[in-house]
Design a protein around this ligand. Structure first.
Ligand code: COS
Length: 384
């Protein structure tokens, strides 16, 4: 749903300009230094990017899912690490508070998240609990008016930058499944939290992940999201469902950028006396990418519109995440192929995208997890 076309277009123009004039020129530097420059972070905050999805009464822009998707399609026409810096705050880090938090929790945290003063991270994954998220072992045991948290969270995006964590931990040790899990808002400066060293990753330099270690960390009981024990896994699933449409939009945007770069190269590069874009085998690489991109774009917008209309989009969100991330991987591979030897060299940038986009098929639910969600829903809907 688009609420006001003029307002949205103004935002889209601003994001498009920001990407073209500020982010694209900084891509190499960020990849080299593994750091997004402070002035860019400041500009992101000024533009309201940290508050895109936060309701207006808490200082955000309150974008609908369709609006969010359209903004992300523009935002991701550059290295995905830029989006990652505010992506956890507008997405998986804040949405648990927004969806299931109490009024007090929303009033306390959402305004500071909207301005970017606080960066939010989503702490679900553990060394032994990835795809099987319900098996997490981090414990939060009630002790008076606190919970004592112990455990390790792994691959936590923006952990080094985070001001707060949406933490999933087991409050009921007797219940080893999803029902024993609760969600908390944990401030970074709570004693007993250590951030591990920044992970060395295949790509997405500039976006940081690390372990978050909780050792006898006393979290006030008032930080339990919604003041409700045993609801944390469902909160996480709802948050991830929305996140999957967001990530699918990112996949489409990055794929568009890679295809545009590949097309430009194919037009400029001459072999056998003419541009390689005139050779049919190269054209096939371009055309297959264009068709798949079109399909993914349509899927993402359709799923976003359905979600805005209040439809249950569990299946659509997983279809989008699976198809768009796999499509993005294929487009990356073809783009490198179009570039030929140059595609393997750092200076042309396409190999960096090739590495960056590999993550999309893994995080916020692997392709295989999306397949499980889709097929389970199909069986359920068939009344089996
Ligand atoms: N919205 C609301 N509730 C949901 C839900 C959703 N999208 N998905 C599941 N639930 C609920 C279920 O209805 C069930 O509730 P009841 O017990 O009341 O029926 C509960 O959550 C447990 O669901 P389920 O039985 O399906 O849990 P499983 O342990 O079988 O796991 C998968 C389901 C595999 C889908 C889940 O573990 C998953 O998504 N794993 C991937 C995690 C992930 O994406 N990690 C990425 C890292 S975080 S960036």
């Amino acid at each position: 749903m688009i609420r006001d076309t003029d307002t949205l277009n103004a935002l889209l123009d601003a994001v498009t300009r920001f990407v073209r004039e500020r982010l694209v020129p900084a891509e190499h530097l960020v990849a080299e230094t593994d750091q997004i420059p402070d002035d860019i972070v400041r500009e992101m905050k000024q533009m309201g990017l940290f508050g895109l999805t936060i309701p207006e009464e808490y200082g955000g822009l309150a974008l609908t899912m369709e609006e969010e998707v359209l903004v992300m399609l523009q935002m991701s026409q550059t290295s995905p690490c830029f989006r990652s810096l505010f992506g956890t705050t507008v997405g998986i880090g804040s949405q648990g508070i927004l969806m299931d938090g109490t009024e007090e929790q929303k009033a306390k945290y959402l305004p500071r998240l909207a301005t970017g003063e606080l960066i939010a991270s989503f702490a679900l994954t553990e060394p032994d609990a990835g795809s099987d998220a319900a098996s997490l072992r981090t414990s939060a045991i009630r002790d008076g008016d606190h919970y004592v948290v112990n455990g390790t969270k792994r691959y936590i995006t923006n952990a080094p930058e985070a001001g707060l964590f949406t933490l999933m931990a087991r409050t009921n040790p007797q219940n080893k499944g999803a029902g024993g899990v609760s969600a908390f808002i944990v401030e970074r400066n709570t004693p007993g939290i250590t951030i591990g060293r920044i992970d060395k990753k295949m790509g997405q330099r500039g976006a940081h992940t690390a372990d978050v270690i909780f050792e006898n960390c006393r979290v006030p009981a008032s930080q339990l999201i919604g003041n409700k024990e045993g609801h944390g896994f469902k909160t996480a699933m709802k948050v991830l469902e929305k996140g999957r449409i967001h990530i699918a939009a990112i996949c489409v945007g990055v794929a568009e950028r890679m295809l545009r770069d590949a097309l430009r190269y194919a037009i400029e590069r001459k072999q056998f006396g003419k541009p390689i874009a005139e050779f049919q085998l190269v054209q096939a690489l371009l055309a297959d990418s264009q068709a798949e991109l079109y399909a993914a774009r349509c899927m993402v917008i359709d799923a976003a519109r359905k979600r805005d209309a209040g439809v249950d989009v569990s299946t659509e969100a997983s279809c989008c995440k699976m198809f768009a991330s796999e499509m993005c991987g294929r487009v990356a591979d073809r783009a490198v192929q179009v570039f030929g030897g140059a595609g393997y060299l750092e200076e042309y940038g396409i190999e960096r995208f090739y590495r960056d986009v590999r993550l999309f098929r893994l995080y916020e639910g692997t392709t295989q997890i999306q397949q499980i969600v889709i097929a389970r829903n199909m069986v359920r809907d068939a009344g089996a």
